[in-house]
Design a protein. Structure first.
Ligand code: SF4
Length: 380
């Protein structure tokens, strides 16, 4: 294929955690069993950026030999959708659903016409209901006696020395393989049981712990102004500072948390699917423009999927730890027995959550979406 309207992301995963995020790709194939047979569920049209859309699931069980014709059919629909060539900002597959009235049924009908056969009906699936899809920690592999070890890399920033150390540890205690993950972490696989402890200790000593606080583990940051010319804010040092502050202020916080920081509305930091999503802004303060963040709350993928709610609150970057601390203290003080953060956000209005963040009543702050076109190759 060439001359597609814009980029086209396909993910295929056999992972039970769906760690490749099928919900936010143009095409997501997730392995599923039908009796003894392994095939795939099919999702279409996911994407974030300034117009987030979670992929829709088709009523299809895709057999393994059908994967290539199905992907080819989807790519053909994308290529031949002239409406996606009218406006480059709206040239992703998701806009068929967002702007042009397509549904899962109409897409499937068009797809089956193109591929020339009907897909089998979908089989029931249970999306993962966990918050993290990072594989952090020590986990048993299918192969007897072997484990994989996931190290949490704080906001995806790792030094050359840490990489060398990880490689040396993989050589010493496993079989030389180091893998990176979507959640900006490292995996060392095929670790014999007797080596797990020493490997985990070695990683922790190098600043790559296999268990971290919810803030450490759940922090994601896009490139930000350090390396991205489109950035409005600096993100990497900021997110490290926020994590350190929250670890110190809320050591008792006991919930999984995804805290995503994105330096502009393009959402490379995926703030739309975070419990707490921070979108970079500028605010004039003390006579100069300063980094600031707009809050989106309650995003999730998996069993409880949903796009985070723009909550109408923004503050200076320097005030973010205060705001998050206020919010999470309200949660800790007021949660019902067994109520997780997502349920807590869901049962509170934007006004209430805004007050928790601000510590007082404040009027709605505009989100100020980016003006102009989304530049090539950056849309999340
Ligand atoms: S374009 Fe992407 S990487 Fe750059 S600041 Fe915006 S969200 Fe971050």
């Amino acid at each position: 294929f060439y001359n597609l309207p814009r980029k086209f992301k396909i993910t295929i995963t056999g992972c039970r955690n769906w760690c490749t995020y099928p919900e936010i790709n143009d095409v997501g194939l997730t392995a599923i069993r039908r009796g003894a047979e392994t095939g795939f569920s099919l999702r279409i049209g996911g994407g974030l950026s300034t117009d987030p859309h979670l992929a829709v699931r088709l009523n299809a069980f895709v057999q393994q030999h059908q994967v290539v014709p199905v992907l080819k059919g989807v790519a053909e629909i994308f290529r031949e959708s002239e409406v996606l060539r009218e406006n480059r900002e709206r040239a992703r597959l998701k806009f068929l659903f967002l702007k042009h009235g397509w549904t899962a049924d109409t897409f499937q009908s068009e797809l089956e016409t193109r591929i020339g056969f009907h897909l089998d009906h979908a089989v029931p699936e249970t999306p993962p209901d966990d918050v993290y899809r990072d594989h952090v920690g020590v986990h048993r592999q299918k192969q007897p006696g072997l484990f994989y070890v996931g190290a949490a890399v704080l906001r995806g920033r790792i030094s050359a020395q840490q990489m060398r150390t990880a490689a040396e540890l993989a050589a010493q205690f496993a079989d030389n393989q180091v893998r990176t993950t979507n959640m900006q972490n490292l995996l060392i696989v095929n670790v014999p049981e007797q080596n797990v402890h020493a490997l985990a200790n070695g990683l922790a000593t190098a600043g790559l712990p296999v268990a971290g606080s919810p803030f450490w583990r759940g922090a994601i940051a896009c490139s930000g102004s350090e390396f991205c010319k489109l950035a409005i804010t600096e993100t990497k040092s900021f997110s490290r500072w926020v994590v350190e502050e929250l670890e110190e202020r809320l050591p008792e916080f006991d919930q999984d948390l995804k805290l995503h920081v994105t330096g502009c509305p393009n959402s490379c930091g995926q703030h739309w699917i975070a419990d707490i999503g921070l979108e970079g802004k500028k605010i004039k303060s003390e006579g100069r423009m300063q980094d600031a963040y707009y809050f989106c709350l309650g995003g999730a993928v998996g069993l409880h999927q949903g796009i985070s709610r723009p909550i109408g609150y923004r503050c200076l970057a320097s005030e973010v730890p205060d705001a998050v601390e206020r919010l999470l203290r309200h949660y800790l003080d007021q949660r019902a027995p067994g109520e997780n953060l997502r349920k807590f956000f869901a049962r509170h209005s934007d006004v209430q959550l805004r007050e928790y963040l601000a510590g007082k009543f404040v009027p709605v702050a505009e989100r100020d979406p980016a003006s102009g076109r989304v530049p090539h190759l950056v849309e999340g």
